[in-house]
Design a protein around this ligand. Sequence first.
Ligand code: ADP
Length: 469
Amino acid sequence: MSSKRKNNFFKTLAFRLTLLYTGLFVVSTIIAFACIYMMTSRALIEQVDEDLLGDIEELSLIYVDGNVEALQEEFSQEVESDGEEIVFFRLFDRDGQTLFTTNLDAWGELEDGTSLARRYKIEGRPLFSTITIPNTKHKARTLVAPLTDTLLIQFGESLEESESYLAVFVEIFTEIMLFVIIIAALCGWLMARGALSGVEEVTRTALRISKGEFTQRVPIKLRGYEIERLASAFNYMIDRIQSLLNGIREVTDNIAHDLRSPITSMRGTAETTLMNGSDIDDFRAMAGNTVEECDRLLSMVNAMLDISEAEAGASKMEIEEIDLSKVVRQACEIFQPIAEERELSLDLQAPSACNISGDLKKIQRLISNLLDNALKYTPRGGTISIEVSAHEKERIITIEDNGIGIDENDLPYIFHRFYRCDHSRSQEGSGLGLSLAQAIVTAHAGQLNVFSKSGSGSRFVVTLPERLS
Ligand code: ADP
């Protein structure tokens, strides 16, 4: 493994999680062991204390008739059988004067009898203490207690046996601990790898997509809710990017296609005039055609700039208080002569005032685009109904015609830039009117819905919030 890869490995989340998991596991095991160790050691000492108290009872039985020799004999036998470094006995009167003691060479400096007798007098109960045997470094437990009304006895017992029991306990624990660390690290690594495999898959897919494999998606497997959500969000993001890219491609194709017609027309007219034009009238006609085609081109370019501006949202808007009823009424007045020319009736229903906050010019553009379409796609004798209404915090404009309607196959695309249904090719237009309308409504945080059926007319419903937040 190169040093760079090794460094990267130590930086991986899987490694850090494994370390954390193992660390937590080891620390909690050590705490549990420490508790057990302390409880066991206390239980062992309590056991020793009980034994020492039991020994006192036995010794007082031996001394029952004041037989000091029998007692000394017993002490000597105990020391001989257990060893001078394992037990010792000291006998005092109640003032602490030593009456008898076994060999104390191995026990170092012991507290003198007077002091022990004083302490016993103050506390009034058996005195237990733990001391260290200087030579062996083992601990020992000592007890000072009354043997009779006139005698005090002190004797001690090495804790060597308990210590070796605890040492075995520590040894076994250390071995188990090593095993536990390996198992914890292995489990931690497997768990971290399992949990992060989904993230790994997202990374792999992202890398493949960045190399041009745009159809790649992260498989949604059962790996836990968070990973599934990440995979779905990632796939959704890629779908959106792809549809945006397709949209851009489509728009570029459409622009190229729609620009080609006027340019070809201008070129054709110019070429024909140059080859065959004989008088000034031919050249005038060519200039007129060129101006007309240029106007078409300019209106397309302007519409596209307007869409971009509307899509920029509230930042590019001049928000003011608008009376929607007034704006729609004015639009109807403007379109009335065209409607009359086409023998169409305009039917307006609007309250005396209906206020919203918005960009006046853009709202005017929205209404005129929808009205223009209604007039364009309704045959002679038809009716266009316009209604303005207010519902709580919403303002609704409905523009309904009984014209040619829209085929259900076309409906999903009519808001796309440059999209024109086949039947409308005979009419003038660029396929940008509804895209602009949609962009304006979205910039005003509203909704534009269409209900239409081929041959039965169309209804466009604009819902705008009363106030822009
Ligand atoms: P256009 O410049 O072609 O009118 P729009 O973006 O305004 O472009 O509309 C897109 C297409 O939606 C139109 O070409 C037309 O086919 C269809 N359309 C829009 N409004 C209506 C309507 N009121 N009735 C029937 N078809 C409509």
